[in-house]
Ligand binder design. Structure first.
Ligand code: BES
Ligand code: MN
Ligand code: MN
Length: 439
């Protein structure tokens, strides 16, 4: 990547465009404007679109060199997660620094640095008059916060597109680029329990009154996985089982045990390693993310809160599973105790390996990288992908991150040389997609 382009990425990374709470709206706006500027400098058009209270969307157009070309949406997100405790960072999160061939910064892998090469490839092809497809740029600023702006925009945009490229995922490993054909969905819920008007003395009232933390515990217990790692059947409804071809291709991927060992994880049970691909890509999973309530002294807590997430497997219907989840949680709430559940959902997605867009992209990445591209499922969620799918737009989800980039954590980084690898692959993909059948 040219030094000028690299400097551009550094400038983008320096903007602390945090969407997950505590960020400054001016920084989000600045990060959006920065991306719009890149599109305009490449001769394209770009505007910021704000929907309701949402963070600005960057909507841009880079015209194909010739008419009657297919339209390809390229998507990334400029918002980042809160960097967390600053003293856990070896270099400050918003001062990009290269160490040992990696670029360290919040957003280096998720998603500014991961998406940047795709944007650069489109801009440079447009500038040199070689762009064979119309590129519509869609960059959002609330992916990490479960915002709804981009979904509303996709739904309202009647022009549609012939396909979308989303660079917000990772390679299978250093030697294996990947297209992520499956992503899990997610039901995220904040649970609030009010058991008493105020905290009570546990000696004077304990044993006679409801305890908010006990109620919360009773609510959550039925949702935990059984000894085999499975959730209740009602939470597993609708799962699309992996095809024989997918199962076969998983055999050729890195063993799940290795993925667990890498992070020093304590496995849930004996076959967590062997079964990793299926559990992570084709099963729902439930996690308690956070619990709060009470105090380390002799009280009966009046209130308790929990944040929980239920990842959904491809095929599952988010509204149906959300209803089951709420039913299961509320079933354990005793008479007189008030419990509220505030949820939002992201729909899972799965694309057929045989889709022309996937085939063309896979061959393009093979050619540009000299490596063999794997089609994988990821356990993570990228909500907009299902919105594109619902609009009839096939999506190529890819990117050149690695499992060890530590996204969302302190010391997030991206392999510096992957900026070039990614740009080469993105360029080849955009060229190849000229052959897409037009809808
Ligand atoms: N880019 C990630 C998701 C991801 C990471 C997909 C690695 C594939 C490989 C995305 O920014 C993310 O963090 N998504 C959230 C969505 C949630 C807020 C609904 C997630 O998965 O937790
Ligand atoms: Mn992301
Ligand atoms: Mn993320």
């Amino acid at each position: 990547m040219e030094p000028g382009r690299l400097e551009e990425l550094y400038e983008w990374l320096r903007i602390p465009s945090i969407s997950t709470g505590g960020g400054d709206p001016k920084d989000l706006l600045h990060a959006a404007e920065f991306a719009a500027g890149m599109i305009r400098r490449a001769g394209g058009e770009a505007e910021l679109v704000t929907i309701g209270e949402g963070n600005p969307l960057v909507i841009g157009e880079l015209q194909a060199a010739s008419e009657a070309a297919p339209t390809v949406i390229i998507y990334g997100h400029y918002d980042v997660q809160d960097p967390g405790p600053l003293d856990a960072w070896q270099s400050p999160p918003f001062e990009p620094e290269v160490r040992g061939g990696r670029l360290y910064a919040r957003g280096s892998a998720d998603d500014k640095g991961n998406f940047f090469p795709l944007l650069v490839a489109a801009c440079e092809l447009a500038q040199s008059g070689e762009l064979p497809v119309n590129v519509r740029v869609v960059i959002e600023g609330e992916e990490e916060a479960g915002g709804e702006s981009v979904a509303a925009w996709v739904k309202a945009d009647e022009r549609g597109a012939d396909c979308a490229i989303v660079f917000d995922s990772a390679m299978e490993d250093e030697r294996t680029p990947a297209i992520t054909i499956g992503l899990r969905g997610c039901v995220s819920s904040m649970i609030t329990v009010k058991a008493q008007p105020r905290d009570l003395h546990s000696g004077l009232y304990g044993g006679s009154v409801q305890n908010a933390l006990h109620v919360l515990q009773m609510m959550l217990t039925p949702l935990l996985p059984d000894a085999d790692g499975n959730l209740l059947d009602e939470l597993r409804a609708g799962i699309e089982p992996p095809s024989a071809a997918e199962l076969e291709s998983w055999q050729r991927l890195r063993p799940g045990q290795e993925m667990l060992d890498e992070v020093g994880a304590v496995p849930l049970n004996g076959d967590s390693g062997d079964d990793f691909r299926r559990r992570n890509g084709a099963e729902p999973s439930f996690e308690i993310n956070w619990i709060e309530g009470g105090a380390p002294r002799t009280v009966v807590p009046a209130e308790a809160r929990a944040y929980v997430t239920l990842r959904l497997a491809p095929g599952q219907d988010p509204a149906a599973i959300e209803a089951q989840l709420k039913r299961l949680l509320l079933a354990a709430v005793p008479e007189g105790v008030e419990a509220t559940i505030d949820s939002h959902v992201a729909t899972p997605s799965l694309f057929g390996a045989e889709l022309p867009a996937i085939q063309l992209a896979r061959e393009a990445i093979d050619r540009a990288s000299g490596m063999e591209t794997a089609l994988i499922r990821s356990g993570g969620s990228i909500p907009v992908v299902a919105d594109f799918a619902a609009a009839g737009i096939p999506v190529i989800v890819s990117g050149f991150g690695l499992a060890e980039d530590e996204i969302h954590a302190p010391n997030e980084s991206f392999v510096l040389s992957h900026l070039d690898l990614s740009e080469r692959c993105a360029r080849e993909m955009l060229l190849a997609l000229a052959a897409l059948p037009q809808g």
